[in-house]
Ligand binder design. Structure first.
Ligand SMILES: Cc1cc2nc3c(=O)[nH]c(=O)nc-3n(C[C@H](O)[C@H](O)[C@H](O)COP(=O)(O)O)c2cc1C
Length: 183
């Protein structure tokens, strides 16, 4: 798919049709993460979860965390959930600690965005997913089920799957971020 179309067709999709992407397709999304522009001083890990029971564990944790009266489908029935975990920095030097942790956010964004764009180019849909991440952060047993390495924090995640929703080619929202052109 043409890159401009990928950019304009990407949107957070909250309705999946249950079709499981094949392993090769999932691997392409992971390859996109591994092609992202990241500085090399962070230790990261990706968990690619297709086990429905494990996804349910996280959804249960999110319902508990959000104290929902009726169980909510936080994961929208997506068949693939990719979690990025990593180490937060605790250097002796507060300047390098702050710089590294600031750069951590930047790197996390790059990795997630590369996966979302690759998903669109492959005809998949995606959705950034923080609701279940915050919920599993304090749940060691769920982190274990997600194979998050010891000492790593869950940082971000993305849902991937097929949807029957038609892509809506979006227009640029010029009000989204104020821009200064310093010429
Ligand atoms: C950091 C981050 C966390 C998000 N967490 C959630 C979430 O927990 N649940 C959800 O439905 N969407 C989540 N989203 C999707 C956003 O709501 C969505 O990106 C935003 O509304 C803009 O819409 P768009 O992606 O269609 O452009 C998240 C997106 C980002 C970037």
């Amino acid at each position: 798919m043409e890159f401009e179309k990928v950019l304009r067709n990407r949107a957070s999709v909250r309705k999946y049709n249950g079709r499981m992407p094949d392993d090769e397709t999932i691997q392409k999304v992971i390859d996109a993460a591994l092609l992202s522009p990241i500085v090399r001083w962070h230790k990261f890990h990706l968990s690619v979860v297709t086990d429905k029971e494990v996804i349910q564990l996280a959804e249960d944790a999110a319902n508990e965390y959000a104290k929902t009266k009726e169980p909510r489908k936080f994961m929208y029935g997506a068949p693939v959930w990719i979690i990025l975990s990593g180490e937060r920095h605790t250097d002796n030097d507060p300047v390098t600690e702050k710089m590294k942790n600031d750069n951590l956010f930047w790197n996390v964004g790059s990795i997630i965005e590369n996966m979302e764009l690759e998903a669109v180019s492959l005809g998949l849909a995606s959705c950034g997913m923080n609701a279940t991440i915050v919920a599993v952060r304090e749940k060691p047993e769920v982190k274990k089920a997600l194979e998050v390495p010891e000492g790593y924090d869950v940082l971000a995640s993305v849902l991937i799957g097929y949807t029957d929703d038609e892509p809506n080619e979006r227009q640029v929202n010029y009000g989204l971020i104020p821009v200064s052109y310093v010429k």
